[in-house]
Design a protein around this ligand. Sequence first.
Ligand code: FAD
Length: 375
Amino acid sequence: MQANMQYDLVVVGSGIIGLASAYAAYRAGLKVAVVERHARCVGASVRNFGFVTVTGQRRGEHWARALRTRNVWEEVAPQAGIQVVHQGLYVLAQRPEAMAVIDAFLQTEMGEGCRLMSMAEARKDFPALQDGLGVLYSPHERRVESRDAIPQLSRWLEHSLGVDFFWNTAVHGIAAPKVHTSRGTLHAERCIVCPGHELSVLYPEAIAAAGIRMCTLQMLRVQPASAVTLPGSVMSDLSLVRYEGYADLPESAPLRQVLEREQAEWLEQGIHLIAVQSTDGTLVVGDSHVYGNSEAPFASERTDVLILQEMQRVLKLQDATVSERWTGTYASAAGVVYKAQVAPGVVLGIVTGGTGASTSFAFAEELLAMAMASA
Ligand SMILES: Cc1cc2nc3c(=O)[nH]c(=O)nc-3n(C[C@H](O)[C@H](O)[C@H](O)COP(=O)(O)OP(=O)(O)OC[C@H]3O[C@@H](n4cnc5c(N)ncnc54)[C@H](O)[C@@H]3O)c2cc1C
């Protein structure tokens, strides 16, 4: 790093929130640098499903963030060479109480563009679905392969849009216009700090005061024994009591009661089903949720078994094998996002609802507006 390099804005963190912030700043005509303590992004943003979800997001502002973000992904993906791997969402309802939630959801403004499919209709597109009572179909979702898409996005920002990246460089203090890093000092009047679940380095008091902790998830890559095609992302009854766009509806209470009787162990581990497909035919399947003040260091085999059982309940997949297992951790709090001006010219932004792939670009626009108003 050359001494005293000058920028209009420095972004801390190269996860999706940092990259989206750099993109928003580029669009505003700013000279931008991104500082990342690792040699590449290895955080939640490359460990997720790459599932850009609109349907099921918390009603109101967050749902609107997801719609806006989906639209920006559509604009950015072709320019950055990112493939949208599949589109749309199928929520298989296997209990009458789940059908009641879907009926209620479709009556709301969030149901726009979505519809209830009969099993016969759903099976035309999707023969691998197990039996159920009906399917909520949403056309809004997109899926990218995050482990490829995030590096592609950072390369595009760097090589096509002129954003500077400082890898293997930790930011350990900011007193705007000075940004103190492990490799020297950068200068910028404004900073957007996007630390993900790194809660103890920059502004730990603000983070603690906001009640932010960590949530660790288990994920699997599954190799079907014979070829199966998922026309879109898949969810199950358990998702209808987890995703707030459904779970906050009064109709979800009876479904939760049934699930507490029939799938208590899944609920205890915070398990619900998301299954998506990669271009090589494998499925990415998850997930579980364990909350605490640190990452959960050990993955539970029992949790993986429960996730796979839920997958089999929803998808006809005989003799599928697991080819990869991993965990991921995100920052979690009661609010779905946290944003605050934490010092003159410095804005801290954390998605705390586990939805950063789905809400990043809109959230980043909010962070930039706050940063521009702050200095
Ligand atoms: C397993 C899993 C599955 C998920 N699935 C989905 C999904 O399908 N759809 C969805 O919308 N969301 C999903 N999420 C949530 C989503 O991945 C996160 O909300 C999002 O990735 C958070 O992005 P981020 O940029 O805040 O954090 P991260 O991706 O963790 O990036 C933060 C970066 O900041 C860097 N950093 C921190 N402090 C410093 C510092 N002081 N100096 C320099 N660098 C620093 C870190 O090294 C890191 O690279 C999932 C999360 C997990 C874990």
